[in-house]
Design a protein around this ligand. Structure first.
Ligand SMILES: Cc1cc2nc3c(=O)[nH]c(=O)nc-3n(C[C@H](O)[C@H](O)[C@H](O)COP(=O)(O)OP(=O)(O)OC[C@H]3O[C@@H](n4cnc5c(N)ncnc54)[C@H](O)[C@@H]3O)c2cc1C
Ligand SMILES: *[C@@H]1O[C@H](CO)[C@@H](O)[C@H](O)[C@H]1NC(C)=O
Ligand SMILES: *[C@@H]1O[C@H](CO)[C@@H](O)[C@H](O)[C@H]1NC(C)=O
Ligand SMILES: *[C@@H]1O[C@H](CO)[C@@H](O)[C@H](O)[C@H]1NC(C)=O
Length: 545
């Protein structure tokens, strides 16, 4: 029966779509929902619980739920036609098939942390819909096999929690912010406090399940090694929808040590940071010390100063840590009093800034702790920045209301993995990565001022950071680096951002994109473009011929 019903309804729908005068009653959402139920295992669910149109009571709540950058939630930001929150892998497959059939532009969202809101706003195409994977969050840990299968909608904090629940000596090396969605996070690399020991999250993926542009589910064996390479670092939403990642767990000691030491300018902050740059990539691989730099009213007379907080994780006990610091970075002035020994999962909470004593179960809420209007940029540094240049940087930071810059050490395992092992290319030779941020709360009013400030800061820093290309981290997406454009002959040009995010790996990403999604179904402002087809047929209608 089912075999007979499916094609006949599909044909009717096809006719409805072709002859718009017959589609009087059916809204886009109704047609889409019908299509999804034909193409998936929707069983007896009330559709109203998984489809949210703009006039739905819950539309705004769901739209805003995980969206991290308030800049893209203002009333003037383009809104989706509707939001679909699948409950099953087959719903995700159907969402691809049906978006294609109805000519709807699809955006996929896992954790909603995209810096430019690309998972919930399309600046380039209307109408668009959001497929939000937040209901798909199974985490299945197998400590015997040292692996876990994780559904894309789970947060990285839930992953850490589920691992720690099963074992005190297993962990996973990915992001520091626990509300990140595993679906988007790993597609761009996923760095965190164990990167110097174990590399990125994406370096520790062993299998995946992805829905391709034809709505088929492919695992590693079915997709082949090229596509499996591309999805581990080639950026989100260019190749398909990740349904599941299979990760390899890594060993962590039962006791780790964390610390935070702050230095103001008056306490010799510039000199300490200069020294940090010289040693930080060469330290013991068990040690990670990042520098969090802010403006504060903490000078001697309460005047503005720059505060650098050195936040550390050591995969071992406090005695060994102090010994290492005495030998390689005594300028930090670290003492036993600054250090706390704890379990690895407690260190996750510490680094994510949860108050001391917060139970790890907080990670199951999968919620972000703060939301801001923000604009960010990233840089990679290959040689220490001079004290004079740092002094100039302090002046720039003091001009802005709420600037923040985070410097993350490389070296260790990051240097041992080749630049082409996965698309993430920032490896040996990188001393540290910088993230630049301006945060604000006063809405659209002064947005222009803050955007100008960060762009000027970026110009100021140009001589001191990587060049040819000036590298950037794809997970810190920055639309200032360029957006895809169609040229006069309708070919998509990736204007500049490709080599910054991927260096020489960009060309291979384009070739794989051309093979796997030649019609460019998965696209956004900075998606990997396919090569032009030899004969330039216009996209879309050729299939029905
Ligand atoms: C507060 C904050 C802290 C951060 N900390 C870190 C950090 O410590 N380390 C680090 O490496 N990065 C960090 N990031 C950056 C983060 O890794 C990226 O923003 C990442 O893309 C977030 O993934 P997501 O699923 O939460 O975001 P989303 O906005 O849902 O997705 C990001 C991109 O991936 C696409 N995408 C989403 N789900 C899928 C899927 N299932 N399949 C295919 N494509 C998909 C989206 O369409 C979008 O283009 C941080 C970001 C924020 C806002
Ligand atoms: C939303 O609008 C559609 C038609 O566009 C209508 O069918 C539906 O009942 C409306 N829903 C609500 C909750 O008002
Ligand atoms: C990294 O590069 C340096 C200098 O180019 C080289 O001496 C070193 O061997 C490289 N390290 C690794 C692990 O490849
Ligand atoms: C458009 O881009 C394609 C591919 O990059 C290129 O071959 C072609 O010459 C371009 N056309 C124009 C008019 O710039």
């Amino acid at each position: 029966m089912a075999v007979w019903i499916k094609p006949s309804v599909a044909i009717i729908m096809f006719l409805l779509l072709q002859c718009s005068e017959y589609s009087l009653a059916a809204s886009t959402l109704e047609t889409f929902a019908q299509c999804v139920s034909l193409n998936s295992d929707l069983s007896v669910l009330p559709l109203s619980t998984i489809f949210f149109a703009a006039n739905d009571t819950f539309f705004t709540t769901i739209l805003q739920s995980s969206a991290q950058n308030l800049r893209y939630l203002v009333p003037s930001a383009p809104k989706p036609e509707f939001i679909f929150t699948p409950l099953h892998d087959s719903h995700v497959q159907a969402s691809v098939i049906c978006s294609k059939q109805l000519g709807l532009h699809l955006r996929v969202r896992s954790g909603g942390h995209d810096y430019e809101g690309l998972s919930y706003v399309s600046e380039i195409e209307r109408p668009f819909i959001i497929v939000d994977l937040s209901n798909l969050r199974v985490v299945s840990v197998d400590v015997e096999e040292n692996t876990a299968w994780i559904q894309a909608g789970a947060t990285i904090g839930e992953v850490y929690y589920r691992i720690a629940k099963k074992s005190r000596v297993h962990g996973f090396p990915a992001g520091l912010c626990t509300s990140l969605g595993i679906g988007g996070h790993i597609t761009g690399g996923a760095y965190g406090s164990m990167m110097r020991k174990y590399g990125l999250g994406a370096d520790n993926v062993v299998d995946a399940k992805i829905v391709d542009a034809n709505g088929k589910i492919l695992d590693r064996a079915a997709m082949g090694e090229d596509l499996f390479w591309a999805i581990r670092g080639g950026g989100g939403a260019s190749f398909g929808i990740i349904l599941w990642w299979k990760i390899k767990l890594v060993p962590v000691p039962e006791t780790v040590t964390v610390f935070t030491v702050a230095k103001t300018l008056e306490q010799g902050g510039t000199k300490v940071l200069h020294k940090w740059q010289q040693v930080v990539d060469k330290l013991d691989e068990d040690l990670f010390i990042r520098a969090i730099i802010q403006v504060a009213n903490a000078g001697e007379k309460g005047q503005k100063t720059i505060v650098t907080a050195y936040q550390g994780l050591f995969l071992g006990g406090v005695d060994k840590l102090l010994q290492i610091i005495r030998q390689s970075f005594p300028e930090l002035g670290l003492t036993g009093k600054d250090c706390v020994e704890m379990s690895w999962i407690e260190s996750v909470l510490y680094i994510a800034s949860f108050p001391t004593g917060t139970p790890p179960e907080v990670l199951l809420q999968g919620k972000s702790t703060f939301k801001n209007f923000f604009k960010a940029k990233s840089d990679f540094v290959t040689e220490p920045i001079s004290e004079t240049a740092l002094e100039g940087l302090w002046k720039k930071l003091m001009e802005e209301d709420s600037p923040l810059t985070i410097w993350t050490p490389y070296g260790g395992m990051m240097s041992k993995i080749s630049e082409s092992a996965i698309p993430f290319p920032h490896r040996n030779g990188t001393v540290f990565m910088i993230q630049w941020l301006s945060l604000w709360q006063d809405g659209e009013r002064d947005a222009g001022k803050h955007m100008n400030w960060i762009r000027k800061l970026y110009d100021y820093m140009a001589p001191y950071v990587s060049r040819f290309p000036r590298q950037a981290y794809v997970n810190y997406r920055d639309l200032d680096l360029g957006m895809n454009k169609k040229n006069e002959t309708n070919f998509i040009e990736a204007s500049g951002w490709g080599n910054k995010y991927f260096k020489d790996n960009f060309d291979k990403l384009v070739l794989i994109k051309t093979m796997i999604d030649p019609d460019n179904f998965f696209r956004h402002e900075q998606s990997i473009p396919p090569l032009p087809r030899p004969s330039s047929q216009s996209m879309g209608c050729s299939d029905s011929a």
